[in-house]
Design a binder for this molecule. Structure first.
Ligand code: PEP
Ligand code: MG
Length: 537
């Protein structure tokens, strides 16, 4: 038995035989030709056939995965007909007097390299499409079918990489899951896997020797198990059954309201940590984003992200979400999230240390840069800002002063800003007990139960040894939540929960009775929580 880790693309469990998918390589040899015009005619004929194939793939994809996802084949058809791409092929054939295959392969390589080197993530990802269309014409010219055959039995496809056209061409009834070495969780193949509802992992260290062996794809944990032992197999058979039952029922809740039997409506939003999570936010029908952890911008960089870089990232998220609310949390670096260039001292108690708003208030240049980017992005959608790790009214007053200054500066520069709600996270007992006064200063409260539980129970959330002592339903935490909701309502503001406890469906009914206005949970938990809300009195 072997277990490999991978990046999760779509959750679910698949059990079955592994099929190692190998593309038949088109072997391209450079040959001199006499008649360039005849060679050009061969290219044009193959191009026309490729266009017909893409048209047929578009129709198949529309029927199977919807118009939006099928659009990629229209994009590919446009790429095939792109003037620069066509000119390059024609020039090589004419100038070098070489065969069409060589001219197409060379053009494909050059264009794919050019796209891969672009900064814009969208264009970067198009390198795969260039390779895909190039391969399509070459396959037509070489007379290959382009892929290894899948048998009659449904299989887990293991491949180095999969192009969108390969994914759509496969017979869905024979597909249990995808596991690839390359590809991002954001690629079209990943999106298609999600839309088809097929468990998938990318970034797995694969081996050709697995072909024909049994495998388990655990899309929840990001695990691929090859040749599982009997007890593991039995455990996963049970998991799979439960998973299928759940999914079937939950899918029916898409498009439905988050409303209790007695008619109380709850805002149900998603927590995300990266713009790439937006796909699953939309897939799972979230009403907005209740917590966007902005740390990814800092954790993925080698230096402080600039205002412009941040602005572009926030703008993309708010634009994608349209009129739906997007609550972006300001930087929460420190404790378990360390970034070298921040040059933070080593601390004995990092969870109680120099982190989050404490950094922002003592290093205002970092804070102001982020706020400028956020307010600028607010003109492009429905953006709200929330501040983490608050312990006092004094801190909030300082934040408001800085925020007002930033807004005034932007307005003086003639930059448009939206109507931005500003709220705070309640994740320290101090904030709970000060919530009556804090509520008078802010637009909303979002309860961060992960940290609130840690600080209330004095249990380090990072220390697995303390799990037996960790009671997520501790009455002290529940009393704190009630107090926060009551104080919010007294001041006429709303209160939500964005910590993991918000997705605990055993508590949904209790939270509703407490008067909660919003729950923000990871995208995969939206539909289960919607069900719990609809089941509540
Ligand atoms: C929390 O503390 O509950 C929270 C949502 O923030 P994070 O998990 O990012 O600390
Ligand atoms: Mg927190």
């Amino acid at each position: 038995m072997e277990t490999k880790a991978g990046k999760k693309v779509f959750n679910g469990v698949a059990i079955g035989k592994i099929h190692f998918y190998k593309k038949t390589e088109n072997v391209i040899v450079r040959t001199k030709i006499e008649d360039a015009e005849a060679e050009l005619a061969r290219y044009m004929e193959a191009k026309e056939k490729a266009e017909q194939q893409l048209g047929a793939l578009y129709d198949k994809a529309v029927a199977e995965v919807g118009e939006a996802n099928a659009e990629i084949f229209n994009v590919q058809a446009m790429m095939l007909d792109d003037d620069d791409y066509k000119d390059s092929i024609e020039n090589i054939i004419r100038a070098q007097h070489v065969n069409a295959e060589y001219a197409i392969a060379t053009t494909g390589d050059n264009f794919a390299e050019m796209f891969a080197g672009m900064d814009d993530e969208y264009f970067k990802a198009r390198a795969v499409d260039i390779k895909d269309i190039t391969n399509r014409i070459l396959t037509i010219l070489c007379g290959n079918d382009g892929s290894s055959e899948i048998g009659d039995e449904p299989v887990i496809i293991v491949a180095d990489d999969l192009a969108p056209s390969e994914t759509v061409q496969m017979d869905k009834s024979k597909l249990l899951a995808f596991v690839t070495r390359l590809g991002s969780a954001n690629s079209h193949t990943a999106i298609l896997a999600r839309t088809m509802g097929i468990p998938a992992l990318v970034g797995v260290q694969i081996s050709e020797e697995w072909d024909g062996k049994n495998g388990i794809v655990d899309g929840y944990e990001g695990k691929f198990i090859v040749d599982p032992e009997m007890p593991v197999l039995e455990e996963y058979f049970k998991k799979k059954l439960q998973d299928e039952e759940q999914k079937k029922l939950l899918q029916m809740l898409k498009g439905k309201e988050n409303v209790t039997k007695s008619g109380k409506k709850i805002n149900l939003y998603a927590n995300i940590g990266n713009p790439s999570d937006l796909v699953s936010v939309l897939d799972n029908d979230a009403g907005g984003i209740g917590l966007f952890r902005s740390e990814f911008l800092y954790l993925e960089a080698d230096n402080y992200p600039t205002e412009e870089e941040q602005f572009q990232a926030y703008k993309k998220v708010v634009e994608t979400m349209g009129s739906k609310k997007v609550i972006i949390r300001t930087l929460d670096i420190g404790a378990d999230k360390q970034v070298d260039y921040f040059d933070l001292d080593k601390e004995d108690n990092p969870a109680l240390g120099y982190r989050a708003i404490r950094i922002c208030l003592t290093r205002p240049e970092i804070f102001k840069t982020q706020l400028r980017a956020l307010f600028r992005a607010s003109a492009f959608g429905n953006l709200a800002i929330m501040y983490p790790m608050i312990i006092s009214v004094d801190e909030v007053l300082k934040i408001k002063e800085i925020s007002a200054k930033v807004k005034n500066e932007l307005l003086a520069e003639g930059i448009q800003i939206g109507d931005v709600e500003e709220g705070i996270m309640i994740e320290t007992p101090a904030a709970v007990f000060e919530s009556e006064n804090l509520a008078k200063e802010v637009d909303f409260f979002s309860i961060g139960t992960n940290d609130l539980t840690q600080y209330t129970l004095a249990i380090d959330r990072q220390n697995a040894k303390l799990d037996p002592f960790y009671d997520a339903h501790h009455p002290a935490v529940l009393k704190e939540i009630q107090m926060v909701i009551d104080n919010a309502h007294k001041a006429g503001i709303w209160a939500g929960i964005c910590g993991e406890l918000g997705a605990d469906t055993f508590l949904t009914n209790i939270f509703i009775k407490m008067g909660i206005d919003e729950l923000s949970v990871s995208p995969g938990c939206i539909l289960p929580v919607r069900k719990a809300i609809r089941d509540a009195e």
